[in-house]
Design a protein around this ligand. Structure first.
Ligand code: ZN
Length: 157
């Protein structure tokens, strides 16, 4: 496994639409493992393949309940609405308020190619929407209602 470079806003790859995964090859599995390591390394709760420069419909998420792997994810149900703060590993040093559903159900494939469904509320519902947006080339700053002032990190190093 390896940590991959996370692309930052301004990089064209983040604005492109990702392609469906048609076959879960060893290369795809390696990408997923790298994405999980990269997400943990950056202390993020989610990462989409275009953020590491790969235009494939793959998302990894961990909101503190273990990693969730979504290949070709589709939102099949959503309800409610909640405005809350959001950030992104591709938009470092910024935060914004984004309105998202409070409940989201997604269907996807796991890394064995089996169809899986997940239901999420709150942060997990938000993460599903945020990461799936990345697959369409959408970044939260496009849809935020308000930018939030971020205190500068005190970096001791
Ligand atoms: Zn993001």
């Amino acid at each position: 496994m390896a940590v991959r470079q996370i692309r930052q806003i301004g990089d064209e790859v983040l604005r492109k639409k990702s392609k469906e995964v048609t076959e879960i090859t060893p290369k795809v599995v390696e990408l997923i493992e790298d994405m999980i390591e990269t997400m943990y390394g950056a202390q993020g709760v989610g990462l989409a393949a275009p953020q590491v420069g790969i235009l494939k419909r793959i998302v990894v998420i961990d909101v503190g309940e273990g990693p969730i792997i979504l290949i070709n994810p589709v939102i099949i149900e959503k309800s409610g609405s909640e405005a809350a703060e959001e950030g992104c590993l591709s938009v470092l040093g910024r935060k914004g308020i984004v309105e998202r559903p409070t409940f989201v159900k997604v269907k996807a494939l796991n890394e064995d190619g089996d169809e899986v469904e997940y239901e999420g509320t709150g942060l997990l519902a938000r993460a599903f929407c945020h990461e799936i947006d990345h697959l369409e080339g959408v970044i939260y700053v496009d849809i935020m209602t308000e930018e939030v002032e971020v205190e500068e990190d005190i970096d001791e190093e």
